[in-house]
Design a protein around this ligand. Structure first.
Ligand code: KG4
Ligand code: ZN
Length: 336
């Protein structure tokens, strides 16, 4: 089965074609970062409008890249939620209408299921069951994945998501929006000068809290001023604290679940210091670590095409009444 995937939950328009036999055939992405950067965050109305502008040209390009005609697409998968309502509507309307015109089925995909399954786009695919550390701009969760579609959140953030904390701290350091990747780059030049706290590690359980780190960064900036080396040192201290905190919680989750596989998912999964920290932890515990290539950690159409393909193969379809779910708990998904 050949599936066209369409992702529009936030500020990236992603499209891809996934083939259940031959794997990923083509993918394409337009990032709206430059549109939202002057506002210091995503402007929902501008996001929706830009998705409308980009989707069809991106689909046309992806079909050319895959050397396919529209009649060779068997089904369409689109992001149904969670995400920005207007952005989701743009993608859902296009996807459902195209599927209607092409007389093929369509299925709405959970954005986080897409992230969780992104590692299946790689050569070495994880086997079930596994533990997922899902770290994105909107989510920080430890998820037990017993089977495809069977997700149980065992740790969650009480306030900011990791990506959000990265972005807010980056903004403080004058690195623009979204600043996660820029902060990570700056941290490479940082020296171990400041000691940031490791939030919630002295309490039992698997929940997270990251808003305190951002405040700690603010206080450090106010006390120290912001010369170039201090900026890099703060970036280093912040990133080290985040990585260590995530590593400690994953170690606990290994003990609790006894799972022998860890999958990293979501935009912050692109962070190399985090990958390194988790690799060391996994080596110590004889756990196999899986992560998607960096470009499939952040939002993309390939993960939606893949997840949708699995659901379509299991016979799942959305009917003609276009529905989106801006809020959609992962646990409510049906197991395949
Ligand atoms: O998964 P994603 O693309 O979108 C959501 O579904 O939220 O994640 C975006 C988040 C942003 O907060 C961004 O700053 C962060 O991922 N991010 C990074 C890196 N690359 C992206 N954070 C830290 N280090 C990176 N290299
Ligand atoms: Zn995402």
């Amino acid at each position: 089965m050949r599936v066209l995937g369409i992702e529009t939950s936030c500020d990236e328009t992603g499209v891809a074609v996934y083939d259940s036999v031959h794997g990923l055939l083509a993918h394409n992405l337009f990032s709206q970062v430059d549109i939202h950067a002057p506002f210091g965050g995503v402007v929902p109305e501008l996001a929706s409008r830009d998705h409308m502008r980009r989707i069809l040209p991106l689909i046309q390009d992806v079909l050319i890249e895959a050397n396919l005609e529209s009649k060779e697409i068997d089904a369409i998968a689109f992001t149904k939620g969670p995400g920005l309502a207007g952005a989701l509507l743009a993608g859902a309307m296009f996807a459902r209408t195209l599927a209607f015109a092409w007389q093929i089925p369509a299925v709405g995909v959970h954005h986080l299921e897409g992230h969780i399954l992104a590692s299946f786009l790689e050569e070495e695919k994880p086997q079930f069951p596994f533990l997922t550390l899902l770290v994105s701009g909107g989510h920080t969760e430890l998820v037990k994945v017993s089977a495809l579609g069977n997700y149980q959140t065992i740790g969650d953030t009480l306030d900011d998501a990791v990506g959000e904390a990265f972005d807010k701290t980056a903004k403080l350091l004058g690195l623009g929006y979204p600043g996660g990747a820029a902060l990570a780059k700056l941290a490479e030049k940082g020296k171990p000068r400041f000691q940031f706290p490791r939030p919630m590690v002295d309490r039992p359980g698997l929940d997270f809290s990251f808003s305190g780190l951002k405040t700690f960064a603010l206080n450090t900036v106010q006390a120290q001023g912001l010369d170039e080396q201090t900026k890099a040192d703060i970036a280093y201290a912040f990133q080290t604290a985040v990585v260590e905190t995530l590593v400690i919680k994953c170690r606990r989750a290994f003990k609790e679940t006894r799972f022998k596989r860890l999958v990293i998912a979501g935009g912050v999964g692109a962070n190399l210091a985090l990958r390194k920290g988790l690799q060391t932890l996994c080596d110590e515990h004889q756990v196999t670590l899986h992560f998607p290539r960096q470009l499939f950690c952040t939002d993309n159409g390939a993960m939606i095409a893949y997840a949708g393909c699995q659901r379509l193969l299991a016979g799942q379809r959305d009917d003609l009444s276009v529905e989106i779910k801006p809020r959609w708990p992962l646990e409510t998904l049906n197991s395949l």
